[in-house]
Design a protein around this ligand. Sequence first.
Ligand code: FES
Length: 155
Amino acid sequence: MADSEGASGRRRFLTWFLGTSAGALMAAIAYPVARFVSPPEVPEASTNQVEAGPTNDPELLEKGFKIVRFGADPVILVRVSETEYRAFAGTCTHLDCIVEFQKDKQRIWCNCHNGDYNLHGQVVAGPPPKPLEPFKVDLVFKGSGQPQTIVVSRA
Ligand code: FES
């Protein structure tokens, strides 16, 4: 009789032990898979303003433009003259290629399908269906002897 109760107790323990082990194993496998398949939503930080560097930036002086990160998006900053800068969304409105500035032709150009924009972001040639989104550019004085800082913000 005592043997039977002992065997029954061991059986219950074994059943419980295997059941919880299998459950823990399943959870250890399922949880990472579930996290991978459905990652938590991370809110995209909204950017309204970025500093694009000093006015004497060698890249700007040499090429007449540079691509600036505006949050996750590229923005093209164009040096029109010593005191005038313009900025537009850096992706072409046709198929989202990154645009560049052609200093000699004074145009914003997309080399993917030869899209052409003027210095107001308006389409002048090629397949882009709409103008580039304009951004606001301000020059900020940081102190005497310092070059001005270019600040790009949403228009
Ligand atoms: S992606 Fe720019 S012209 Fe096609």
